[in-house]
Write a protein that binds this ligand. Sequence first.
Ligand code: SF4
Length: 283
Amino acid sequence: MNKLSVVDIQIIDKCNRKCRYCFGPRPNKDILSYDTIRNILDEMSLNQINNLSITGGEPLMHPDIKGILSYAKEKDFNISLSTNTDFFKNNTELLKYIDILGIPLDSSVMEEHDRVRGNGSYNSVIDTIKYIEHNGSCDVRIGTVLSNNNKKDIKSIANIIKKYECIKVWRIYDELKYGYKNDKLIIENQINENIMMEVSKMLNKKEVTYVSRRNRNLGYFIIEPDGQVFMPMISEKRDYKNYIGDIYRDSFKKLLKVWNKLCDANNHTNMNLNIFKEINNGK
Ligand code: SF4
């Protein structure tokens, strides 16, 4: 029996950016209402699922983001929120609800990061990290999606990360291929083990993990903004979303049962460590 410990809720389809490899926002611009999210959080509590990952789209564009976070904190969840940081300046009061803020950094060079994520993104990311370093109460998780353009830049990115104590976790990801706007990227074995060892040593107080496609077959439980629930399936040939149900149609109990069966059938492990920091500094 697998124990689901984290649910990823994509609360909104909208985003102000158009990152090259994004698989988040879709054209129909769905949004999960505050009441629907509240029901999901109540179900998670009842099922002793303590970790919540809030993503989108851009979650800070959700009109009820404050209410959602405050209710989640009231229910005592560990909360991870992933943001592109563009709306952070006007939402700094939300930090008190968040345990770990997921922020993208795809290059040490502003022009390259912005080529992938759009103008102004690099400065917004760095300003946000600086703000949290000086005022924030939450930890930061940096996410870097590998491409041919940044794989030689990993040590320079590590040098930026090293400067900030608030950054506790660095995840380096292979790109998943089920996006609909993919750049052409090399997927397998992008990072040489020696480089990983080197950057782990450089950042020995932080947790550094390379999440390759091969170790990405995790038991995700992702709720999309239209209420569909899926697990990503990764194979040599293709990546796809394996839909396991719909929160408007299926009971949470039923969804957990299907999730559990699929984890067993596909040898999936739980996604928890992919979202929240581990205790052992990645060693
Ligand atoms: S900021 Fe995130 S959700 Fe928005 S386009 Fe970029 S990757 Fe997608």
